[in-house]
Ligand binder design. Sequence first.
Ligand SMILES: Cc1cc2nc3c(=O)[nH]c(=O)nc-3n(C[C@H](O)[C@H](O)[C@H](O)COP(=O)(O)OP(=O)(O)OC[C@H]3O[C@@H](n4cnc5c(N)ncnc54)[C@H](O)[C@@H]3O)c2cc1C
Length: 221
Amino acid sequence: MDKVKIISNEEIANNVRSFKVEKPKGYRFVPGQAVKIFIEKKEFRDDGHPFTLTSLNSDNFLEFFIKQYPESDGFTKTLHLFNPGDSILIDELFGSIIYKGTGLFLAAGSGITPFISIFRDLINRGGVSDNGLLFSNKTFEDIILYNEIKKMFSHNDRLVFTLSQEERTGFAYGRINRWMLRRYMQSGDKLYICGPKSFVKNLSLIAYEFGKSENDVIFER
Ligand SMILES: Cc1cc2nc3c(=O)[nH]c(=O)nc-3n(C[C@H](O)[C@H](O)[C@H](O)COP(=O)(O)OP(=O)(O)OC[C@H]3O[C@@H](n4cnc5c(N)ncnc54)[C@H](O)[C@@H]3O)c2cc1C
């Protein structure tokens, strides 16, 4: 386990804060991977929570985007109050959401985090090319990195932001559903899915119905 100091803690979307922390010497990861974060507070001893790295190996810090759920007094509420100079502990890397080829990425809320790291890495290598992204949020204010994502996909028309609790010009309305998948999925696409459990379950079942094999559907198992 590595103990690292927080460099910055800034709000980036509704209830979402970006934490930049020190990078241990020689630290490397595969974009999309996550770690368990532990904090030295009595009530959370031995209670590590998983979060995805959103930075790149070329950055000299590690970054996490951490969403807090106001209805819960849990780990993220406490972590959001941590200041630069405070320390957190990061455990071993893990995760099955890594890039395996061109596909359609389906994200809900903070489920975008593994895809951020993957897209940033693809941009560094030349661009997001033919990959697509359907990104669902409740409202515009909930969208993590709206401007950066728009820019990443500026040469690609397979980008849809959909809002389930706000009607807004230029945005789809409602959740990601089978019709959206049918419209935006291309033959040969991998399907990358990340979000709440029910989101992953529903959309993976639709992907299998559409003839995708287990190898083509990538989510945290
Ligand atoms: C591999 C992996 C990577 C993850 N990466 C990130 C990340 O980069 N950033 C991030 O913000 N979260 C991420 N998560 C989710 C994060 O671990 C949890 O949100 C966090 O542990 C909740 O802890 P808590 O004690 O604050 O809230 P809890 O008290 O456990 O839950 C708070 C409330 O929010 C609901 N809830 C919890 N998680 C979610 C969710 N993902 N979507 C919708 N509702 C939810 C719960 O049902 C509950 O009602 C990841 C999860 C996994 C498994």
